[in-house]
Design a protein. Structure first.
Length: 637
């Protein structure tokens, strides 16, 4: 496999379907998927098929039983399995099933996916074979491809009766006038020498074959003109000239569709020093805040920068305008800082190729929540020159396998955009001690572990009459997710537990933090733990699993780290989690910490002040910006 294919393999669980890259059949299927899909999904890195690709795709795995039977090639069978819902009726064990599969595949799928280069010489010859003697009045046979098109289209079958020569001739005329262009068969048309159909034929009095097809397809002209007579030929020629029918048909049939053009490489940097911050600058999600804080830190340190916004996708709101004045389309500075996950950096490279990468020093400012980077994504390291990581935990995860420098670069944290809101603005009660936990369901419920917060809250305040409440701020919940349904059912059993669903403006999110009394996070792993740091900076006592990224700043002096034990990551709980472990917070300790924060406000306030001072000093945008600037100067040198 090429680097491009290996990266796509790692990213596309839907294609590999849990199979191992060392499985020969899985690798073969993936190669076929790449040949059929890369040009459409990853056009910037897709290569033109080579001779060996066509040989693989055209390998016959079920031979034809006779001249009119259809052989099943390896690629045809792969498409049948990949699009099993459409191909459910094709029983390849039976000749009629193979024939129906071939009609669907060659008439529809090949043009739809532009698979023409993957058809080998024997397939082309089979498609171009005449299946009738020459048909009057033009003296042309019906190619097998046209009959396969007829077999695949119910409406065409109902219109043209192939038991009659007139019906067969009419089908041929329909195909050349309408069908070939409608079905996307321009490449087939080139193989069938369609250009010759527009050449004058002496036996037709100088008219081309296409003139007779146009006449056949037009009911009015067929009733008015008899092309078998000299006068009819003249009338037909005059009609064609007046309506410019032949040039129009030639344009529709013979002009090749425009190919995909790869994005050009970026121009050289316009400046000798500075950074291009590349990330979800407008995306209202945690990693979007990473790019905004990176830009803020650079601004505080007076380091020149620009911002390239990467669209998040349809599932996440993108209305944060904080960096809009800094957005650019190009990359004017010599260093790129990718504030994206390593997976998303790889995905962007597959989609855009070298358009953002070439001619720049590339820094991957990659978050990661697991204790090791997946071997299947090792090629992602080749896309960047060095890694910046926000925590010692993430650094330790990457240094195990990274062949490039890994630098600890804590992230900036700021709450300056806060919009103070009373509790009533969120529909929250004034007379309760409120614990808050915010999480995005796209970040995997198993990792965020909100069910542990519910259980700990109910254990800490078991009577149900204590003046306490738990607020769960969520977004991107999926109503069909069993984990979400279990979470909602557990919360519904206690009226003191409140869900706030949806996306809030940045200022309102921070206002919600300020309106609550304490923050709780029973996560199983965090790369950094931004929401914990923000709550601490707002002076809130924080209770959280004492593991992973937040261990850098959440200590017994600055908050309430909860002891834990390691547990295996379950199937489907997190990408590439197989064989790894994360933390399960101690349920009793979590409940006791929640009770302690509510019952001992002076101690909680003391730890909260220490936490605020720690985050304010360690993660101040100016201090972080100076660290960025110093490293950028070295990279630019």
């Amino acid at each position: 496999m090429t680097r491009e294919m290996r990266l796509a393999w790692g990213l596309r669980e839907d294609i590999r379907s849990g199979r191992d890259i060392d499985d020969p059949e899985a690798r073969l299927d993936f190669r076929l998927w790449w040949l059929t899909s890369a040009a459409r999904e990853f056009p910037a890195v897709a290569c033109s098929p080579q001779a060996e690709d066509a040989a693989l795709a055209g390998e016959v795995i079920i031979p034809a039983a006779g001249e009119e039977d259809a052989a099943v090639t390896r690629l045809m069978d792969f498409i049948r399995r990949l699009r099993h819902k459409e191909a459910a009726g094709f029983d390849v064990a039976m000749p009629q099933g193979r024939r129906a599969l071939a009609a669907w595949y060659y008439a529809c799928v090949v043009p739809e996916l532009s698979l023409f280069p993957l058809l080998d010489a024997s397939e082309r010859a089979w498609l171009l074979d005449p299946v009738t003697p020459p048909l009057a009045p033009a003296g042309l046979p019906l190619p097998r491809l046209v009959r396969l098109t007829w077999e695949n289209r119910t409406d065409v079958r109902q219109t043209f009766d192939l038991s009659q020569q007139d019906g067969t001739w009419a089908l041929l005329a329909w195909y050349w006038i309408y069908g070939a262009a409608e079905m996307g068969h321009r490449t087939y048309a080139a193989w069938l020498s369609a250009r010759e159909l527009f050449s004058p034929r002496p036996e037709l009095g100088g008219l081309p074959h296409m003139a007779l097809f146009a006449w056949q397809a037009d009911d009015a002209q067929r009733a008015r003109i008899n092309p078998a007579t000299p006068a009819g030929k003249a009338a037909l020629a005059a009609w064609l000239e007046e309506t410019r029918t032949l040039p129009r048909l030639a344009q529709a049939l013979l002009e090749a569709p425009a190919g995909h053009a790869c994005p050009p490489p970026p121009p050289p940097p316009a400046h000798s020093f500075g950074a291009n911050v590349i990330g979800y600058a407008r995306g209202e999600l945690g990693i979007g805040e990473d790019s905004r804080m990176c830009a803020l830190a650079l601004s505080e340190a007076k380091a020149p920068f620009a911002v390239v916004n990467i669209p998040v996708g349809s599932n996440t709101r993108e209305q944060d305008a904080f960096l809009d004045a800094c957005l650019v389309e190009d990359t004017p500075y010599p260093v790129n800082i990718f504030c994206l996950t390593g997976l998303d950096t790889a995905r962007m490279w597959l989609e855009r190729g070298e358009a953002l990468f070439s001619g720049r020093k590339n820094v991957g400012y990659w978050p990661w929540e697991l204790p090791a980077w997946p071997e299947a994504m090792a090629d992602a390291y080749t896309l960047v020159d060095e890694l910046w990581v926000s925590s010692a935990y993430t650094r330790d995860a990457f240094v195990k396998s990274a062949p490039i420098p890994v630098r600890l670069m804590p992230m900036a944290v700021s709450v300056d955009r806060i919009t103070p809101r009373p509790r009533e603005a969120f529909g929250l009660p004034r007379d309760r001690f409120l614990f808050l936990y915010t999480f995005d369901c796209n970040s995997y419920l198993a990792r965020k572990n909100p069910l542990a917060a519910i259980r700990a809250f109910r254990a800490a305040f078991p009577r149900g009459t204590e003046p306490a409440g738990l607020v769960l701020k969520t977004m991107n919940a999926r109503e069909d997710d069993p984990r979400w349904l279990a979470l909602a059912a557990s919360a519904a059993a206690d009226a003191r537990i409140v869900f706030l669903h949806g996306t809030l403006d940045r200022g309102d999110v921070l206002g919600l933090f300020a309106a609550c009394d304490a923050y709780v996070s029973p996560h199983r792993a965090e790369g950094f733990g931004r929401t914990l740091a923000e709550a601490m900076l707002l002076g809130k006592p924080v209770i959280a699993t004492g593991y992973s990224g937040n261990a850098d700043f959440l200590t017994p002096e600055t908050g309430y780290p909860v002891p834990y034990r390691f547990v295996p990551i379950g199937d489907g709980e997190y990408p590439f989690g197989q064989g790894l472990v994360w933390a399960e917070p101690d349920a009793d300790a979590l409940a006791k910490a929640m009770r302690r924060v509510a019952d001992a406000p002076e101690e909680a306030a003391r730890r909260a002040r220490a936490g605020r001072d720690m985050v304010a000093e360690r993660h101040h945008p100016l201090a972080i910006g100076h660290a960025y600037k110093e490293r950028l100067e070295a990279l630019c040198r």
